[in-house]
Design a binder for this molecule. Sequence first.
Ligand SMILES: C[S@@+](CC[C@H](N)C(=O)[O-])C[C@H]1O[C@@H](n2cnc3c(N)ncnc32)[C@H](O)[C@@H]1O
Length: 288
Amino acid sequence: MSDHEFGNVSTDLKLSLIEAYLKAFTIALRSQFQDLWYIDAFAGTGERVIKQSAVPADLLPGMEERIERRRGSAQIALDVTPAFTRVIFMEKKKRYCAALEKLKAQYPERRIDIVRGDANVAIRAEINALKWAGKRAVMFLDPYGMDVDWATLELIRETEAIDVWYLVSLAGLFRQATRDPKKIDEKKRTAITRMLGTDDWMNAWYDAPKVNDLLGEHDQAYQRIADVAAIEAFVDKRLKSLFPKVLPPKRLKNGNGVPMFSLFLAISNPAPKAIGLATRIASNILKA
Ligand SMILES: C[S@@+](CC[C@H](N)C(=O)[O-])C[C@H]1O[C@@H](n2cnc3c(N)ncnc32)[C@H](O)[C@@H]1O
């Protein structure tokens, strides 16, 4: 079984934004660039399975378990016309790679590569193996959690050819950066620093806020003072310190309205023409 069950309403929104960008990107650039690539570094299977639990028949109206299959990012990218000239899927799970191989077999005429392994390693190998001048690409970084290293973003930036859609796990950062700093162990600290490429977050997110109460003015315990918005703003600032252009992110929430992710578009090409085009396309999509 290679079923890949994930997502909620925000997943549909996320994938519709990516699809709209990919379509507009190839329409705008296909006639100008021979090499127009799509790199899906957390590719999944090409499909996403949504299960709706059964409702017992004695509860009216009873309903059997329903399984719905929708397109994942890999399939969406293959459906884009005009087509990308090369598509690279990276995926850690063996079973999911097998599903991607089946998907690839449906397109014998297309140039599709599947790389099994950690996305950071696979991206490094792919970027280092190529000359990027004259190529343009869109990369989708769609991890469940905090899997993308800052060093990987640095490599992407250096290509000056890749527009990267990066799904940042606000929930992951919020969870690892515990309110009580004594509860952050070395593993959590390292994970956050590896993702953000700096340990400045420790000073930015923690403080001993002053209160004025019955005891008069005094300092509260040292604690995380950064909320989700402050954490998102920190990520935004970090990305802007690296990429020539970063668009305002789209906040994605779970079914209970809790912010889970922020979807960023970062453009690595510093040319005003490239920035202008990507910004125009993405702004319209993000506004809609
Ligand atoms: C949110 S899912 C991606 C969904 C996919 N973009 C889609 O729309 O169908 C994350 C995927 O990343 C894979 N994954 C997790 N950690 C990874 C890593 N370090 N490198 C590459 N893939 C990884 C998981 O197996 C999973 O398929």
